[in-house]
Design a protein around this ligand. Sequence first.
Ligand code: GUN
Length: 295
Amino acid sequence: MTAAIIDGKAHAAALVDRVRVAVPAFAAARGRMPGLAVVLVGDDPASHVYVRNKLARTATAGMRSIEHRLPSSVAEADLLALVAALNADDAVDGILVQLPLPPHIDSAKVLVAVDPGKDVDGFHPVNAGRLATGLPGLVPCTPSGCLILVKAVAGDLGGADALVVGRSNIVGKPMAALLTAASATVTLAHSRTRDLADHVRRADVVVAAVGVPEVIRGDWLKPEAVVIDVGMNRVANPDGTTRLVGDVAFAEALPVARAITPVPGGVGPMTIACLLRNTLLAAHARAGLPAPVTL
Ligand code: GUN
């Protein structure tokens, strides 16, 4: 048997479509479209690509996006002033400050300045605390997208052994919280984990978000494991060109796993789709409207 390749683009397109279909009811109730403000500081090429994709998708879903570009030399106080203005703008439902920020800016200070009700990245400590304690809130986009893909393949996760590799605030920790809430038995491995292969061998579900090219080998996997690869690592080919690879050795995993996400085309598209969903959810919550049942 060879693993099913999980089509993240198709799952993402279906979710964007559900968002798009739900937008007109909000617009009719509030007399305006849901609005997402994206703040991009500096010239990081990867960030520019991500932001361009996010803005294009927002339009596809029928929502309004507002882009704010600031030079890498911007003072922290000026960035905080922009965030305060976006917090106060009633037509802005979601605020996303693209990371990484330049080193002279304290990212944590900027993230806590965002109104938690508009924190569509789910990075504010209030939203992290809500997720950790099972309260409703805005959930980080990448782990939300991973959970949708895992459930699409594995169904009910009750009692499943799930391994998350990587303990970032953006992916690893919220992923572990979501899998725990879904009743999986969760292990959170990281750079100091002693025998990673041993943990991988026991896992029914592996979510790799560690940023090390192909660190998880195919022969470590439990037969029929579901593998979600969040890694996006650019590596050199022998001829000098480059290619993107994940944190899992994809070709080795194919004959072992039940299903696996490709890189690219797996988790990436889901992140943007979940951002749009969060924007629409934030818009409803801010307006005191119930969330659309289809989301
Ligand atoms: N940089 C890389 N991924 C992300 C993300 O999901 N949100 C933000 N704000 N910045 C990022």
